[in-house]
Ligand binder design. Structure first.
Ligand SMILES: *Cc1c(COP(=O)(O)O)cnc(C)c1O
Ligand SMILES: [Zn+2]
Length: 373
């Protein structure tokens, strides 16, 4: 297990990795800083899950809570006559890449002796946390917006979690969980830094699958930025260790109807501003006030990348395009593909482009049926 600590990005206070905290006493966001450098020789080649990288994940290896997640295929998909690499992140045990973060975070919770966790989610993070809690024997309560896709609600309840449906916006749900987080462990995918120690394996896998090369461009959907920030952490570690010779450019995709980060980037701001939003079929990225907003903006900017926004019609069209090639994904995942299509207009042919199908279509059957008719 790598050595490290948690560090508050606001006041600089640090905490040992086994402190049962999800934010600093000053209210600031915690990051995890690790000492040892990434080394491909330490990849556990016999493990065909993300735990092949356990040497770089700061949780005890004996107690890993796993459902066999990770090492998703990297498949070439055609887009307007060009080819992009797509990580098949919908092929996870719970149907979304959130399992990367949940496996690591719930492993840490189990290690800390946590008996009950609470989490708020627009759906998929709730599914993932609930599943890994079931695997770990931890009691779990999930807060979701009342309009979350029914299949996701069924999935969360199936794992034995208690479901709290909160009327109103995603932000109302985030507020509702904070009271509960006063007394129970907050397994938050946006606040808890251990989640990002899981999502960083996206970068490890993509680089390894490309023969330990960095892609030129990485294009990902962004709401709270758990995948994009994880990818940034992972590629940064690989770069600092000299495994890859440059950082990829990171591009975030948001829905036109809810695009606080794209707006802030456009305006040259370091912090997203309050915005008015409209509902989006891309429910997984409809986040008006992302907790790690400044970090996301900084990661994208320092990579030389940017943001693209996609309309509801473009998302629906991308959903059809993907399905017509055999890929059944949920609308939020289709938004990323629509964004990739847009971003490609400014990317030279011959560049290596990596994106992801982040969530499975089976999670949103009813919504998809409505879009098709
Ligand atoms: C969670 C999620 C995203 C985006 O994740 P953020 O952490 O909010 O940026 C994208 N696609 C799907 C399917 C998701 O579940
Ligand atoms: Zn602090």
């Amino acid at each position: 297990m790598p050595e490290g600590k948690m560090l508050c990005i606001s006041c600089g206070l640090d905490y040992p990795l086994d402190a049962p905290v999800w934010r600093c006493t000053c209210g600031g966001m915690l990051d995890i800083v690790l000492r040892p450098a990434f080394d491909p020789a330490e990849v556990h080649r016999g493990a065909f899950t993300l735990w092949r990288y356990q040497a770089f994940i700061p949780v005890p290896r004996r107690e890993v809570i796993t459902l066999g997640e990770g090492m998703t295929p990297l498949v070439q998909v055609e887009l307007n006559g060009r080819r992009v690499f797509v990580k098949q992140e919908h092929l996870f045990p719970t149907g979304s890449y959130k399992d990367r973060g949940a496996s690591v975070l719930i492993t840490q919770a189990k290690h800390l002796g946590v008996r009950k966790v609470v989490e708020d989610s627009s759906g998929n993070a709730g599914c993932a946390i609930a599943a890994y809690c079931a695997r770990a024997g931890i009691t779990c309560e999930i807060y979701v917006p009342a309009d979350t896709s029914p299949a996701k609600l069924a999935q969360i309840e199936s794992y034995g979690a208690t479901l709290h449906r909160v009327p109103g916006s995603r932000e109302d749900t985030a507020r509702a969980v904070l009271d509960a987080a006063e007394k129970d462990y907050y397994a938050s995918h946006s606040w808890n830094p251990f989640f990002f120690q899981g999502t960083k394996t996206f970068a490890y896998e993509a680089a390894e699958q490309l023969g330990w090369q960095a892609p030129d461009e990485v294009i990902l959907p962004v709401g709270n930025g758990t995948l994009l920030l994880g990818a940034a952490i992972g590629f940064n570690e690989l770069f600092r260790a000299g495994v890859i010779d440059r950082m990829p450019r990171l591009t975030g995709v948001q829905a036109v109807n809810c695009a606080p980060l794209a707006a802030a980037h456009q305006a040259g701001l370091a912090t997203p501003q309050a915005i008015t939003t409209l509902p989006s079929i891309a429910e997984g990225i409809a986040i008006a006030a992302p907790a790690r907003g400044p970090q996301i903006l900084a990661a994208v900017k320092s990579s030389g990348g940017g943001f693209v926004t996609v309309s509801e019609a473009e998302i629906t069209q991308a959903l059809r395009t993907c399905a017509a090639q055999g890929f059944y994904i949920e609308p939020t995942a289709a938004a990323a593909f629509a964004g990739t299509q847009k971003a490609l207009e400014d990317i030279l042919p011959g560049k290596t482009v990596v994106t992801a199908f982040t969530g499975h279509g089976l999670k949103a059957g009813e919504k998809i049926l409505k879009l098709l008719h």
